[in-house]
Write a protein that binds this ligand. Structure first.
Ligand code: GDP
Ligand code: MG
Length: 183
């Protein structure tokens, strides 16, 4: 997080990381959020990428710099540089693939090694449009989130459901954290 005074208003830049197993829809959540695009045949490209999106939170202009693992996660090789300075995180699983839900704990462990406890964390069950082949119930997702002290939401990058909301809630929480420290 960077905060700079100037011209009477503060500027906020929040680094948000998106993590989770390969093919859960991380890149599509990000492109849906930042450019309102969805790609049926998105390929995992190697290398870290981020997109910056300006958001309005309580009338304040906030820049959310959202990072994408961009394929590193396939080799379980997400670097510490990826996590460095992150004040918010979306931990994503695919509601149709249990293995990706089981992995959430491992992603949380990794996150906790690199980030401090105030990092705002959202558990995201993606692909909610695939209700007919759902493997993880909403209740199960909620329960894990409660146990681990995370926010919880189900999203669909395909039909846009709750995507903006997921990022909005995390950024709002980060902003609240900053305010609490400042005040
Ligand atoms: P990543 O590896 O986590 O970045 O996942 P991608 O964003 O590359 O998505 C992996 C695959 O899942 C792609 O074929 C996407 O089209 C598909 N996908 C991503 N999000 C959704 C979703 O919300 N619903 C459905 N049905 N498919 C999705
Ligand atoms: Mg990706």
């Amino acid at each position: 997080m960077e905060e700079g005074a100037g011209g009477g208003g503060e500027e906020y830049l929040f680094k948000i990381v998106v993590i989770g197993d390969s093919a859960v829809g991380k890149s599509n959540l990000l492109s849906r959020f930042a450019r309102d695009e969805f790609d049926l045949h998105s390929k995992a490209t190697i290398g870290v990428e981020f997109q910056t999106q300006v958001m309005d939170i309580d009338g304040k202009e906030i820049k959310a710099q959202v990072w994408d693992t961009a394929g590193q996660e396939r080799f379980r090789a997400v670097t510490s540089a990826y996590y460095r300075g992150a004040v918010g995180a979306l931990i994503v699983y695919d509601i149709t693939r249990r293995s990706t839900f089981v992995s959430v704990k491992r992603w949380l462990d990794e996150l906790n090694i690199h980030c401090d406890t105030t990092t705002a964390k959202m558990l995201v069950g993606n692909k909610s449009d695939l209700e007919n082949i759902r493997d993880i119930s909403v209740d199960e997702g909620k329960r894990l989130a409660e146990e681990e002290g995370l926010f919880f939401i189900e999203t669909s990058a395909l039909d846009s459901r709750n995507v903006k909301e997921a990022f909005q809630i995390v950024v709002q929480e980060v902003y609240s954290n900053v305010r609490r420290k400042v005040l």
